[in-house]
Design a protein around this ligand. Structure first.
Ligand code: 5RP
Length: 236
């Protein structure tokens, strides 16, 4: 793979590669979604092709990661065929100092939460622009809702103090539809002081399938940075 001049892409590439290097032969690997984990999947494929990495199987968290795994030669399985996941590698939209996350920028947070929470080790890969002092600082909370419940669920979210907006498609008329056939509402909150409680409260609204707040589940965050035009990876 050739290095790129775009600093954010360079950070994503370095951190994606660093995470792929943590995977050991014989592992069952959760494959995250997004532009950062796309590099991880690509580097896993490179390690398999070179013979350095043997007997791994991936569990995709989205149609996107499934397609990439097939493209780069990473064998896949399903949750029905395995009894554990050794390591999951996934991106995030925000990371707070306690390693809590907002995810779902790619509308894949429901499957991501299933896979990432099952893993014995959950590694998050981000560029340094994703670090925040408090969740909700820059990113809205994605909430996946079944279509017939969209109106009452949005009303309930508004009563909680959130400002919900249906996520609209790009190069597609109408709303984004998830891999499960649902809609996503992006919810702005003025202040998320208790992410643990907000995660549970949102999921208690009838019709809500899952939201993008991930609390107390991350083992390690790999952060990509660029210093003096050189990419670096540090750990949190
Ligand atoms: O949660 C996600 C998808 O639902 C992604 O992991 C998150 O949006 C980060 O994406 P990227 O690596 O492209 O910045």
């Amino acid at each position: 793979m050739t290095a790129t001049a775009d600093p954010v892409k360079l950070m994503k590439q370095e951190v994606g590669k660093a995470a792929a290097n943590l995977v050991k032969s014989g592992s069952i690997v959760g494959l995250g979604t997004g532009s950062t984990t796309a590099f991880t999947i690509q580097f896993l494929g490179d390690r398999i092709k070179s013979g350095e990495l043997k007997d791994i199987v991936g569990i995709p968290t989205s149609f996107q990661s499934e397609v990439l795994a097939k493209q780069y030669g990473v064998p896949l399985t399903t949750l029905d065929a395995i009894d554990h996941i050794d390591i999951a590698i996934d991106g995030a939209d925000e990371v707070d100092p306690s390693k809590n996350l907002i995810k779902g920028g790619g509308a894949a947070h429901t499957r991501e939460k299933v896979v990432d929470y099952l893993a014995n080790q959950f590694i998050v890969v981000v560029d340094s622009g994703k670090l925040v002092s408090r969740l909700g600082e820059t990113f809205a909370v994605p909430v996946e809702i079944i279509p017939m419940a969209i109106t009452p669920a949005m009303q309930a979210i508004t009563k909680l103090g959130g400002k919900p907006e249906i996520r609209m498609g790009v190069k597609k008329a109408g709303p984004v539809i998830t891999d499960q056939g649902n809609m996503v509402v992006d919810v702005r909150f003025d202040n998320i002081s208790d992410p643990d409680n907000l995660e549970k409260t949102l999921n208690n609204i009838p019709g809500v399938l899952e939201n993008g707040i991930f609390v107390n589940c991350v083992d390690k965050v790999l952060i990509g940075e660029v210093k003096d035009n050189k990419p670096l990876v540090r750990e949190m």
